[in-house]
Design a protein around this ligand. Structure first.
Ligand SMILES: [Zn+2]
Length: 244
């Protein structure tokens, strides 16, 4: 829906000039303002019958709210040498290895904290690490889906791994399953839970008691994992963002 640059105006907000993006959306029924910590921007979506100037004035009135939202957001984690990030719920430090070969690998660092080594040129590091994380996510999700599906006597369709903003996973009516690659940043039990949740939808396309009983039969600490996603899940979206 967005991101194509069309119908977008860029201006600023408040005395500290927070970038403000005004988006025209013909399906919008009212003005909607949000603060996006991943970009440091305020974004206001306006219906076609509201002008850019009116949308900007609306956002200007909420400048204090936008500033507070951006300030209280968890910090961005940029993929760069020396930066700490979670992988399978454990802290890892990114190490750029420009002279080494072999892509990306996990190594034991000094002081007991694990490291993710990334070869190649510095400007390719974010892309190379991001691609590796997506592959790792798929590599870990695939066998979990197969195991959970076997336990429920269900047959999954295609599995895709993508960067979804609003959902950790989904199950289509034809049995195709989709997962966020960011689950590979979360503790493994949380990954197990999301896989169990989506695979259980192959049997129950709803969130009724029979559905939850299936999930509970697959994993032990379902409620704890749901709470983890509610409390910590949002921060995963700020990992690997370029902040540009
Ligand atoms: Zn569901």
């Amino acid at each position: 829906m967005d991101g194509d640059g069309r119908g977008t105006t860029l201006t600023t907000l408040g005395p500290d000039s927070i970038p403000l993006r005004i988006r025209r959306n013909r399906r919008a029924k009212r003005l909607i303002l949000r603060a996006d910590p991943a970009t440091g921007e305020a974004v206001v979506t306006r219906p076609t019958w509201v002008s850019d100037a009116e949308a900007a004035a609306f956002a200007e009135k909420q400048a204090a709210w936008v500033r507070a939202r951006l300030a209280s957001a968890p910090p961005l984690v940029v993929f760069a040498d020396g930066v700490e990030m979670p992988f399978l719920g454990q802290p890892h430090v990114i190490r750029h290895r420009p002279d080494a070969r072999g892509g990306v690998w996990i190594a034991q660092g000094e002081g007991g904290i694990a490291e993710i080594h990334v070869t190649g040129r510095a400007e390719h590091l974010p892309r190379r690490l991001g691609d590796w994380l997506r592959r790792e996510a798929r590599r870990r999700i695939q066998p979990r889906v197969e195991a959970a599906a076997a336990a429920l006597n269900a047959k999954p369709g295609r599995i895709t791994v993508r960067d979804t903003k609003s959902r950790w996973g989904s199950c289509a009516a034809n049995g195709n399953l989709s997962f966020s690659w960011r689950l590979v940043l979360a503790p493994e039990r949380v990954l197990d839970y999301v896989v169990a949740h989506e695979v259980a939808h192959l049997r129950e396309h709803n969130h009724g008691p029979r559905f939850w009983a299936l999930v509970q039969g697959l994993i032990a600490d379902m409620d704890d994992c749901r709470k983890w996603l509610r409390d910590e899940g949002g921060a995963l979206h700020l990992i690997g963002a370029d902040g540009a």
